[in-house]
Design a protein. Structure first.
Length: 242
């Protein structure tokens, strides 16, 4: 399996899907256009073949699938997760020898440019670079979608009426804190600084302490924190295998 190609395709998909991070009511038209356009940037770097045309057809189908997924606001997180799974499945099939999908001349030109101006390309583990980026993009947005979906299933999403003074801004602030938490844990685990992970979790607890007097909200924060930390830990351990 060509892991460099596999992760290159998925990284462009995940990069485009960052637009969904704060889109709780569905993606806008601009978001959908961007999510359709960015993954197609991979096409000029591939040799034209049967696999190339299969990938092109799939990428042309994505806008329609995204539109259908974003329309169903009640199952938004579930639909986004399913669409990501389809992206992974297609990228996996096209990179596994199922079809002839190979890098083109532009890749050679790009590697030569990097070799001449930056570092010797032979000394770079390109699979490692791609998979580290994949893990980072995964925890920024996709893990947030999965965590929110799991908490919806468990009916743990706090309602504004249940938490005094809780509004949309507080909700988004908590989301940013969770995002930074996952990024720091991801980096620290990759650096084998496991002790520092406890410091991050403690710091978050101190920051959110004044809000934890409400039992419902405290349970929500605790479960969300554990799921967030676990997702970053699992992602980092997966990346370390490469």
């Amino acid at each position: 399996m060509d892991f460099t190609l596999f992760f290159a395709i998925l990284n462009l998909v995940l990069l485009a899907r960052l637009r969904l991070t704060f889109r709780d009511r569905g993606a806008t038209v601009a978001d959908q256009v961007l999510m359709a356009a960015v993954p197609m940037l991979i096409l000029p770097f591939l040799q034209i073949s049967t696999g190339w045309f299969i990938l092109l057809v799939w990428l042309l189908m994505v806008p329609g699938l995204t539109y259908l997924a974003e329309r169903a606001s009640q199952n938004l997180n579930r639909n986004r997760g399913l669409l990501l799974m389809l992206h992974i499945l297609v990228a996996g099939l096209l990179s596994s020898g199922f079809s002839v999908l190979q890098s083109g001349l532009l890749v050679d030109d790009l590697l030569q440019l990097i070799h001449q101006n930056f570092v010797p390309v032979t000394s770079v583990n390109w699979v490692g670079v791609q998979v580290v980026l994949f893990g980072l993009l995964l925890i920024i947005n996709e893990m947030n979608i999965i965590i929110r979906y799991l908490m919806e299933i468990m009916n743990l999403k706090p309602l504004p009426k249940e938490v005094a003074g809780f509004d949309e801004q507080d909700y988004n602030t908590g989301r940013v804190i969770g995002l930074l938490e996952r990024i720091f844990i991801y980096i620290l685990v990759l650096a084998a600084q496991f002790t520092a992970v406890g410091f991050i979790l403690t710091a978050k607890g101190i920051i959110r302490y004044p809000e934890l007097k409400n039992k419902t909200f405290a349970e929500y924060v605790l479960i969300g924190t554990l799921l967030s930390a676990l997702s970053a830990l699992i992602t980092a351990l997966f990346v370390m295998r490469f």
